[in-house]
Design a protein around this ligand. Structure first.
Ligand SMILES: *Cc1c(COP(=O)(O)O)cnc(C)c1O
Length: 230
């Protein structure tokens, strides 16, 4: 059995190799450790191994972990799962980032509910890049309007795009999807000053994502092991 520290190191090696292969600068990709369903003790182990960015999918579970770990002041917490309207307040009050914003209503509530004592909430817009009906995220056509709306919200800081491309072994299809995503990202990255994050790539496809310009990969199983037993 490998430890979390060892798996974290392997993930960094994969990222470094992919970054070098893509002729991109070292450290141009951040690692978000996705700790959903995993206990606080796993997060502590990753933290002790140097990890600082953690992603959670479920509001209640995430907030419980944030509250259990308030003594680790330099953790940056990212919400990456769907958010129901009645949960926006608790999200706005606890997380540093929300990567799963996919409608104006959610953005508006997060903006209104972000406590004045906290800095602006970093947000990414989740894009449904394959048009899969089962998935969250807005369509490409709706992106310009949502970007414009969020960019004008004082308590939100629009940082970029997040996507979960369909899992596929078809490398041509994968490259097409990732290429389209990179093109959209670049278009806004050059226009908006804070728009610096392309969150794409998971345990299974981080190399392809980094080859296509990902700036943040979200890795769960490769660090914390399988989630089959919760
Ligand atoms: C679970 C999850 C991940 C991590 O996936 P792994 O395949 O376990 O690395 C990344 N992003 C989102 C949005 C997730 O829900």
């Amino acid at each position: 059995m490998q430890t979390i520290a060892e798996r974290l190191k392997s993930a960094h090696l994969r990222m470094e190799r992919a970054t070098a292969n893509a002729h991109r600068p070292p450290k141009s990709v951040q690692l978000l450790a996705v700790s959903k369903t995993k206990p606080v003790s796993d997060i502590t182990q990753a933290y002790e191994a140097g990890q600082r960015l953690f992603g959670e999918n479920y509001v209640q579970e995430g907030v419980e972990k944030i509250q259990a770990l308030t003594h680790l002041k330099d953790i940056e917490w990212h919400m990456i799962g769907p958010i129901q309207s009645n949960k926006t307040r608790i999200v706005a009050e606890h997380f540093h980032w929300v990567q799963s914003v996919d409608r104006e209503k959610t953005a508006r509530r997060l903006n209104d509910q972000r406590p004045a004592t906290m800095s602006a909430l970093n947000v990414c817009i989740q894009l449904n890049i394959d048009g899969e009906s089962s998935k969250s995220g807005i369509g490409e056509q709706e992106l310009p309007a949502l970007i414009e709306t969020i960019a004008a919200m004082p308590n939100l800081r629009l940082r970029g795009l997040m996507a979960i491309p369909e899992a596929t072994t078809d490398t041509v299809k994968q490259a097409t999807t990732l290429g389209k995503l990179a093109e959209l990202f670049t278009q806004y990255h050059t226009k908006l000053s804070d728009f610096d994050t392309l969150s794409v790539g998971m345990s299974g496809d981080l190399e392809a994502a980094i080859a296509h310009g990902s700036t943040m990969v979200r890795i769960g199983t490769a660090i914390f092991g399988s989630r089959n037993n919760g």
